[in-house]
Write a protein that binds this ligand. Structure first.
Ligand code: HEM
Length: 537
């Protein structure tokens, strides 16, 4: 919905997190705590009246449109409370709704209209056949705008020249195949450190390791070094990571995103938002200044990388603007790069190790292929290309466990039609990726996790969606994730190194493995994976 990703306003954060957890129930108590209650009530009464008027006008306009079907809503709030109190999160409720209303349905969430697409055919129509028409992003909340510098990021920019410039720069500056190759040495040493960390944690805890925490730390460290070209010590990495997590929590959707008349109740939150943004700017600007000093005098840090994402931004020419990005914009763009790949990739690693632990046969096949390809040498990304089973495993992983079930939210650039229904430009078009990848018309035994489907099973899938949509964990079309190659490389490499270095089992204190999911910034395992590792040698 909004970047990994949700709109990773400045970062890539999850769609509806926040709303369906605590925000709904916290709204009332937030009001009672406020000292300026009278003023607030007056303000909210006025805002409420204005909203009723706007909603009334909008609903008259909407009646003239033929939107996809959906559950009947209540006045003003639409389906908001039905969804919030459904007893299950939206990622699970989608399955019930599509059974009842078909592959595309409408949810009215207060002031916002969500149109949810769940089938490959409709996704193809939206992202490929009419790709240009649905390539924009919706307006965002004022809080997100603070962090995205008014949509000055690749993920949140409306479809147009500014988005094109930013995206082109990100791809050519950092995510192209040649840049990916240049960062091979940095990636290899990050992988060595990752394995050392796992080893140290296992030694200290009788073989026990938390998979997600370690994977997240490793991915975050790689992305930090690609962004600023410097190696940070462990404490600094943790400090930056904690600050970024606070940002992601802050931009998670809240009740007032859907019911703007509640905004006065969130005045305190607004203050907190500005404090967190200040903290983000201070932390990231110190890294920007450190890089600037190195560029002026490379002898200051001889181990610094010759190139970083930040370098590509410093004098970036953005179409339609005369000036390079401001300091605040640099902070936002760097944060987007770091956050876009962190939770998505590390989530995938946790699901991967859960599958590997659950099926010893898969673990044995991966290990056999690794030994046959590299022997004792650490696997590097050149080896991955020659490991068909590893590639099939990663593809099956992204099919069965896409790190985000909803793509980033799309919006139409002008009034449009999809599947014969009207899609107004102010509606949020949400693509649900999981049901596409589990469509029984496209896959044999779609609920089964079976990497061999891509080898002996003879099934195929182009994950970019350009040769037809069967699984699109990175989206498809004009807004497809620009980090696709880097994301799959990091997942493949980390899985290979983890299996090469250790034999993996479920920790004896854990109940039987299950694959229940829940939504955090991405879709994670409901129960964190605690593994036991035994070094292979
Ligand atoms: C396994 C890893 C990843 C997954 C599953 C993933 C998934 C996605 C998805 C589903 C989208 C939305 C596409 C759409 O709007 O239709 C997206 C967009 C995006 N991703 Fe990723 N992503 C991953 C890694 C990365 C990495 C490593 C980066 C950069 C360092 C990145 C940066 C972005 C950006 C900037 C966008 C917005 C593109 C645009 O709006 O033009 N992602 N990603």
């Amino acid at each position: 919905m909004s970047i990994h990703y949700k709109s990773r306003g400045s970062s890539l954060s999850p769609p509806h997190s926040g709303l369906f957890s605590s925000s709904a129930s916290s709204t009332a108590s937030a009001a009672m705590d406020n000292p300026d209650l009278n003023l607030l009530f007056t303000a909210s009464a006025l805002a409420f009246s204005a909203l009723v008027l706007v909603m009334y006008r909008r609903s008259r306009r909407r009646k003239a449109l033929r939107l996809p079907p959906g559950p009947p809503g209540w006045p003003l709030v639409g389906n908001l409370f039905q969804v919030a109190f459904a007893g299950k999160p939206l990622i699970h409720l989608v399955h019930d709704l599509r059974r009842q209303y078909g592959p595309m349905f409408t949810l009215r969430m207060g002031a916002r209209t969500l149109i949810v697409v769940t089938s490959p055919e409709l996704a193809h129509e939206a992202l490929i056949e009419k790709g240009q028409l649905f390539a924009s992003r919706p307006t965002e909340s004022t809080i997100r705008s603070v962090f995205s510098c008014n949509k000055f990021t690749v993920n949140s920019a409306v479809y147009g020249p500014e988005w094109r410039s930013l995206r082109r720069n990100m791809v050519s500056g950092m995510l192209s195949a040649s840049r990916l190759r240049e960062f091979r040495p940095a990636r290899a040493s990050a992988m060595d450190r990752f394995i050392d960390r796992l080893q140290a944690e296992a030694e200290a805890k009788d073989g026990a390791v938390w998979v997600l925490r370690n994977a997240r730390f490793a991915v975050f460290a790689i992305l930090l070094s690609m962004t600023f070209g410097v190696q940070l010590d462990e404490d600094s990495i943790v400090r930056v990571d904690e600050m970024m997590k606070r940002v992601l929590l802050t931009i998670s959707p809240r009740m007032d995103d859907y019911l703007p008349f509640l905004r006065p109740f969130y005045a305190r939150h607004q203050k907190k938002v500005l404090e967190i943004r200040k903290e983000q700017v201070e932390t990231v600007v110190s890294l920007i200044n450190r890089r600037r000093s190195i560029l002026k005098d490379p002898s200051l840090e001889p181990n610094a990388a010759p190139f970083s994402y930040l370098d590509s931004l410093l004098d970036l020419k953005v179409e339609g603007r005369d000036t390079a990005p401001t300091e605040a914009e640099l902070v936002t763009l760097c944060s987007e790069f770091i956050n876009g790949g962190t939770d998505t990739t590390s989530t995938a690693i946790e699901w991967a190790m859960a599958r590997i632990i659950d099926d010893p046969n898969i673990q044995a096949k991966l290990y056999k292929e690794i030994v046959a390809e590299v022997g004792d040498r650490p696997v590097d990304d050149r080896n991955i290309e020659k490991m068909p089973y590893l590639q099939a495993f990663v593809k099956e992983l992204l099919r069965k466990h896409p790190p985000t079930y909803f793509s980033l939210t799309h919006a139409a650039v002008e009034p449009a039609k999809l599947g014969g229904y009207d899609i107004p430009p102010d509606a949020n078009l949400e693509l649900f990726l999981l049901t596409i990848a589990e469509d029984p018309r496209l896959w044999s035994n779609p609920l089964e996790f079976n990497p061999d489907r891509f080898i002996t099973g003879g099934e195929t899938a182009d994950i970019t969606g350009s040769a037809g949509i069967k699984m699109i964990p990175f989206g498809a079309g004009r807004r497809i994730c620009p980090g696709l190659a880097m994301g799959t490389t990091h997942i493949s490499l980390m899985v290979a190194r983890m299996v090469q270095a250790f034999e993996w089992r479920l920790h004896p204190s854990e109940p039987k493995m299950d694959f229940m999911d829940k939504e955090e910034f991405t879709i994670v395992k409901n129960r964190r994976l605690l593994a036991t590792v035994k070094p292979r040698k």
